[in-house]
Design a protein around this ligand. Sequence first.
Ligand code: ADP
Length: 598
Amino acid sequence: MFSRSLQWRLVFIIVAITFVLMSVVWVFLNYKVEDIFYNDFKKSISDNYATLNINEQMTSEELLIRFKEDPVILSQFISSIKSYTLIKDETFEILYSSDIWYLEDEIGFRNEILKSRNLMVVISGEGEGKGKYLTKTAKGDFYDYVIRQTLVDGDYILFFKYDRSQALSIISEFSQVIISGMIIAVAVTIAIGVLLSKTITKPIVDIIHKAENITSGDFGQVLEVKSDDEIGKLTRTFNYMESQLKNMLLELSNEKNKFEMIINYMTDGIIAFNRDGFIIHINSAALSVLEMEQCSLTFSGIMQRLGLNHDLSDILKNKNFADISENVRIKDKFFRVQFASFTDKENNVEGLITVLQDYTEEQKLDNMRKEFVANVSHELKTPLTSIKSYAETLLDGALEDEEIARNFLEVIYSESNRMDRLVKDLLLLSKHDSGIKLNLTRISPINLVNSVVSRMRMSADEKNQQLSVIELDKAPDINGDEDRLEQLLFNVIGNAVKYTPENGTIVVYVGKNDTSAYIKVVDTGIGIPRKDLDRIFERFYRVDKARSRQMGGTGLGLSIASEIAKSHGGTIKAESEPNNGTTITIILPGIIEEIQEQ
Ligand code: ADP
């Protein structure tokens, strides 16, 4: 923890610096104190010696008297620290010494001072005894200063001794002061270091916490920038990075949501598998194709369910697997199954996407188209065959018989009329299919119904049917193409007349339903069986083909009516009970302003 925390490392560095600095000061002071004492010792000798005026005409006794009388020597060199000793050079006999040690132990003193390098140099005549050498003895270490003096009575050596103990005691006092100073300094430095490093490490620790929170998805508040230094800049940059990251994540998650929404609302089923064949995404369309609420199947399970036997690794190995397209049938629905791969950044295949495309509608349309062509051919073939055979019979001689010829020609005429009607109806449907352009005018539904009914009356009268119009409410005017709407009513009311036996009743009700107008054609005819009710608006659908043909129907009347209603934004529906009659209801949107004025 100690070495890992930046704060403690900083504290340690500061303390170490303080410690090193104090130690250097300590060593320097030690050296300096000793130096000062030694220099003072040396200077006091050299300065004084000159003033003592010692010369070669003096005897050793006179020299000693001078020494003993000199106030400086008296005050300084007769102590336990400093002393002087006069030694006869030839015999090395100590004539006098002010040293206490000498007074206590003459021989011991003599032996110890002989260890002095300066003294040895002077004795041997190899140089001057003025070097700074420390001589170590049992009674303490000393420095010395040696002068050779020639006097009338011979050569003498003056041995000045300075005991180091005084300097040492001062140094030890210094050391105590310095050590306690050092302890205080270290304690203060630790305190300052902790505070100082906290100002550095606190924002960094904050950033670390924040970064940890961001990693777990919690962005929270921005960090407070407390200073303008590098740490402040780091915090500011971190905040900026955080906001950028947040925006980027938001953008990414929006993109992801959008993508998921698109995938989920797609009508095509999408299933994404990883390389091991496990599902990583499946949309609701795919789930409904598989008739499942949740899917835990693997690739092979899904293939099995679709009735295919593809192997994932085989597909991924196949370079052209995007070309694989399979058609499958699930219940009454048809699906096209296609495959596509998705890759990672290095273009390695990460997995496979399976697309299930519902082409039931397409298939239905295709079937309807085929059925339509077959129906048209069949409808045209029947009258054509009879026209052809009647014409042939006429050519073969029937022309001679005027009555037969007339009958045959009437058949030919009626068959060609049927073909004409059929072709006209087909053309009309084709116009609707390719988007008919309506010639819109304001139309009153009741007027429209009355006009059609009055023209149908003759046919109804022929069958002794009662055909009437009842206006239940005032229906709103409609915006429509009069010719087309008339055609619609002709087809519907015409059917009612056609499929209602003699003496039947046909009532056309006109009214309003909210903002729409409705027209209800109610007959007491043969009715339509329940199973056929939904299909009568299909092209060529007839409940009873023979009866329809006999009535001159093409099987297109109601599909045309339905197309016209649709092109006006309306609807048409049928209700019926076999043998009890049929009700066809047409609802057309009314003109809204008109209703508000009412
Ligand atoms: P068609 O030319 O055969 O009349 P439509 O498209 O007009 O063709 O009608 C389709 C079929 O619906 C008819 O063949 C008939 O069987 C049935 N149908 C239509 N209207 C009525 C009705 N009012 N009563 C009974 N059956 C009807």
